[in-house]
Design a protein around this ligand. Sequence first.
Ligand SMILES: NC(=O)c1ccc[n+]([C@@H]2O[C@H](COP(=O)([O-])OP(=O)(O)OC[C@H]3O[C@@H](n4cnc5c(N)ncnc54)[C@H](O)[C@@H]3O)[C@@H](O)[C@H]2O)c1
Length: 347
Amino acid sequence: MQTVTVSASIQYDVIIGSGARKLLAEKIKARFGTPRVCVVSDDRVAALHLAALKDDLRQAEVDCVSYVFPHGEQSKTPETLFDLLAFLAQARLSRKDVLVALGGGVTGDLGGLASALYMRGMHLVQMPTSLLAMVDSSVGGKTAVDLPEGKNLAGVFRQPDLVLCDTDYLATLSEEDFRDGMAEVIKYGVIGDEALFDRVKNGVPRAQMTDVITRCVEMKRDVVNEDEFDTGRRALLNFGHTLGHAIEAGSAFSLSHGKAVAVGMVRIAALAEQTGFCFVPCREEIAAALLQNGLPTDCAFSNAALYEAVTADKKCAGGSITLVLPRRIGVCETKTMPVEELKELLQ
Ligand SMILES: NC(=O)c1ccc[n+]([C@@H]2O[C@H](COP(=O)([O-])OP(=O)(O)OC[C@H]3O[C@@H](n4cnc5c(N)ncnc54)[C@H](O)[C@@H]3O)[C@@H](O)[C@H]2O)c1
């Protein structure tokens, strides 16, 4: 088991490894006394893992209720959020109680936001079960739901009190969802760790992911410690995401987050090469690593269609846009430009 400590506005541990879930009751009692717990989960994860977690809690005499919603991005809405808040109220939870978000990034974002809003804030434990949530969304405190106008438009920064990342959960993750997570892992390699990129570029067996996840969480910790509220360096984590979000939304979410980010990384690396921003060309290397990990490197959207979608995204503020561009594998930098310049480049 490995522990990474995040020191943002609050300090918390991310405990990573096989069997980490078994620590939940003990950690909750040590930190919060004898609170009640609400486990939030989607129906897929709940069917596989909720009963065992509730058993663990009950055996430790922790009173526990659970809220289950239909899986998928379609549930990351204000409607589900308010339904969950109503559930917390009907179950008479207080702000001394703990919301446990057991699931992927959708559950973590939705549960995290609910924990921040309910009675102005209750305790939060993130228990990521998808690879994407383990390496990215469970750490760093970004929570949100989507609006019809765009993704993640309604949210707050809300750091968790604890993250328990049990790598055993990866065993039940579908191949598709595992690949989506690998897109984020490859992203970490490109933005800041060439050795990590080399380690994962030909794929990694999911039973050997603990060290890879730990390295990604360390990188995320470093960025969040320095720029919790995303006013500077944290933007680096958006490598591939500015175009990726546009691709994801443009496909009406039929293309998953990871696949959209994969295509976004290749397109933005091409742009970096085309403008001479790259010290060493890296588009082909990134594309090869994505293919080796079963991810797409292109999609049906033209660059013109992407421009329209990107400028509708919230990251495009005040007529300028910040892009994350690679200099080479392991080094990325942000560049802010007028949206008109992006239009010309994409054309
Ligand atoms: N908050 C952040 O910093 C941040 C960062 C990146 C992404 N996100 C968000 O995360 C979301 C994507 O995350 P995701 O890909 O985890 O989506 P997800 O939560 O929808 O999970 C993907 C699928 O995997 C299933 N699943 C999860 N764990 C499983 C397991 N152990 N076994 C079997 N099935 C399992 C889920 O039921 C779901 O069907 C997006 O909404 C994105 O905006 C947030």
